[in-house]
Design a protein around this ligand. Sequence first.
Ligand SMILES: CC(C)(COP(=O)(O)OP(=O)(O)OC[C@H]1O[C@@H](n2cnc3c(N)ncnc32)[C@H](O)[C@@H]1OP(=O)(O)O)[C@@H](O)C(=O)NCCC(=O)NCCS
Length: 206
Amino acid sequence: MSDMSTTIAPLARSDIAQAASVLAAAFADDPVICHLWADHPQTEPRLATFFRTTLTNHHLAGGGVDVVRSDDNAIAAVAIWNPPGQWQTSTLALVREAPELLWALRDRIPTALKVRGEFDRVHPIDPHWYLCNIGTSPSHRSRGFATQLLEHRLSSCDKRNESAYLVCTRERTIPLYEKVGFRVTAPLPLSDGPLLWSMWREGRAG
Ligand SMILES: CC(C)(COP(=O)(O)OP(=O)(O)OC[C@H]1O[C@@H](n2cnc3c(N)ncnc32)[C@H](O)[C@@H]1OP(=O)(O)O)[C@@H](O)C(=O)NCCC(=O)NCCS
């Protein structure tokens, strides 16, 4: 069911910490995160640090981070999109992120690099908007927030006939993306990890 009293807006720098907390709570039990951190008791604070530094140093500049607020004005859900040609982290951003990434990942760095490599190997060459992450805080689920965020960005893609890509981390979530026009293009089994799915949405003219 859709909550009508909501607004979607680009993420403001002053709201990065709040958005990072929403994403950390949303992704704490994600299959890829569990593969990386394997039930570590500090998964959520580490994830919040990870999202805070990557939002600050990479994603925010692309203008593709959208947030939706609930009727109490708190951020309920966040979508991180990277514009065409900007899905890879620049060397400068990586240098800026490094201290917090090292703190967050610590002994999991080799696994994180391996996962990164497996994602990158199958990343499409054709221009596209890349949905890196979308998360709704657990207390705001099933109210249509993620659907609204997806429709918002995809309608702007359609105005410019732009395609979109994502990696889906749970079979249960595939229908959410199919409803807005994505199709599974290939399974992506992580080595010694969960099965994921690459999904593509072809650009449409206006
Ligand atoms: C997937 C997610 C973003 C959906 O957010 P949402 O605001 O509840 O989504 P909507 O209300 O627009 O749509 C609900 C649909 O999301 C899908 N969904 C996937 N995981 C879900 C979950 N844990 N809880 C509720 N819905 C979920 C279902 O298809 C659901 O449809 P249904 O209600 O008919 O079962 C949210 O569940 C979440 O943050 N999950 C953890 C992070 C994640 O898995 N992100 C996507 C990585 S590919």
